[in-house]
Design a protein around this ligand. Structure first.
Ligand code: FAD
Ligand code: DHB
Length: 399
């Protein structure tokens, strides 16, 4: 088998890259270890930045999102029993976020690829990548009982944090930057109408809580928990009681309902530099992980493949390799801005076991500041709705 770009992983990064390449007249094959049903039902992120929304619309895969997604102009912060609203729309001159599940984006992208005849091979196994520094890198894999080889011009490693592409790069080539946090999130999806029209981020002495949603009938909620927490320790009644306590403000009640799905997600910051090796390009979670508090993981994956697709289109249309050579350099400034923001939101909103009373006072002071200073609120808002897709420091107005 032969293709121009072999894409490992049918998450948002791999599927969107394949779609953007198709629009640019470039062939690709997407290889995925899980089933179509599994990737279309995998519940993960839900907040799309303005730039992500614009790209999905401009590239023709935004119609259902425009119909069913929930456009939010603000978020709420709760702390010390109080409630403050940040008007994202006003603070960012008309930008907003859209709440639309990652699995819905994945469904829309798979549908678009299949309509266009784009091959996606699901349920493959034993994937390995070879010849990354040659002009014809290859991907070997097993489909049913058959061992197959896909010869490519380029390979895109869009196979997430636990994939095979990043570990295939020779040791000593990449520099790893990493931080683990001493807590995780317990997330639930509940059949209950949201108790607030907007997302609520809550700082509480018992730990962080987040109220989000997927539709007018489905709520998505998260609780800070121990990093090695067992779901078995969290019967439904305990989850609802803890959410009710942490999110409480006078006069507000949390609507409960049957829990449809639950899971525990670790909190980690991770970046590799560079994000490329020969003709292998890493994108999305394969290259970087952010703690979920800033809602940036999915959006960073989208920004990477936007840049990678542009570079590949330039290569195939004019034989120029400049953009491909500069892929890491172009992505990393924005990746580090998202890392910084996610780390800051995480630090401001979680209880750290060893932080003591001093850290608590500083966190409360920070929350007071971002909800009372227009400059601080603007800094939060412009990062939350998302920096421009190709953000570079020298292009900023103060640069
Ligand atoms: P992924 O979505 O991970 O896609 C990678 C794909 O590659 C997967 O389909 C995987 O099955 C496939 N794959 C893996 N190994 C191979 C292989 N060897 N061969 C072929 N295919 C392979 N972000 C938020 O902003 N908010 C959240 O609430 C949130 N919750 C999350 C919960 C979990 C459990 C996880 C893991 C992540 C969460 N994230 C969240 C982060 C966000 O979902 C990711 O940043 C986003 O999925 C990145 O997209 P991606 O395409 O790079 O990677
Ligand atoms: C959701 C997830 C996040 O990590 C976040 O910061 C906001 C919302 C969500 O799943 O809806």
């Amino acid at each position: 088998m032969r293709t121009q770009v072999g894409i490992v992983g049918a998450g948002p990064a791999g599927l969107l890259l394949s779609h953007l390449l198709h629009l640019g007249g470039i062939e690709s094959v997407v290889l995925e270890i899980k089933s179509r049903d599994y990737v279309e039902k995998r519940i993960r992120a839900g907040v799309l930045e303005q730039g992500t929304v614009n790209l999905l619309i401009e590239s023709g895969v935004g119609r259902r999102m425009q119909r069913e997604g929930l456009v939010h102009h603000g978020i709420q912060l709760r702390f010390a029993g109080r409630h403050r609203r940040l008007d994202l729309f006003q603070l960012t001159n008309g930008r907003a976020i859209t709440v639309y599940g990652q699995h819905e984006v994945v469904k829309d992208l798979i549908a678009a690829r299949l309509v266009a005849g784009g091959p996606i091979l699901f349920e493959i196994a034993d994937v390995s990548v070879h010849g990354m520094t040659t002009a014809t890198p290859t991907i070997r894999f097993r489909k049913d009982k058959e061992v197959l080889e896909l010869t490519c011009d380029f390979i895109a490693g869009c196979d997430g944090f636990h994939g095979v592409c990043r570990p295939s790069i020779p040791k000593g080539t990449l520099t790893l930057y990493e931080r683990n946090y001493p807590f995780a999130w317990l997330g639930i999806l509940a059949e209950a109408p949201p108790s607030s029209e907007e997302l609520i981020y809550a700082y509480h002495e018992r730990g962080f809580a987040l109220h989000s949603m997927r539709s007018h009938a489905i709520t998505r909620l998260y609780l800070q928990c121990e990093p090695d927490e067992e779901l078995a320790n969290w019967p439904d009644a305990r989850i609802w009681a803890e959410l009710g306590t942490r999110l409480a403000v006078p006069g507000w009640t949390l609507t409960e309902g049957p829990i449809l799905q639950r899971g525990i997600t670790g909190m980690r910051s991770f970046v590799v530099e560079p994000m490329q090796y020969g003709r292998l390009f890493l994108a999305g979670d394969a290259a970087h992980i952010v703690p979920a508090t800033g809602a940036k993981g999915l959006n960073l994956a989208v920004a990477d493949v936007h840049i990678l697709a542009r570079a590949l289109v330039e290569f195939y249309s004019s034989d120029k390799v400049d953009l491909l050579d500069r892929y890491s350099e172009t992505c990393l400034p924005r990746v580090w801005q998202a890392q910084r923001f996610s780390w800051w939101m995480t630090s401001m909103l979680h209880r750290f076991g060893d932080g003591g009373a001093f850290q608590q006072r500083v966190q409360l002071a920070e929350l007071e500041y971002v909800t009372s200073s227009r400059a601080a609120a603007t800094a939060l808002a412009e990062n939350y709705v998302g920096l421009p897709l190709g953000w570079l420091p020298e292009a900023s107005p103060l640069g």
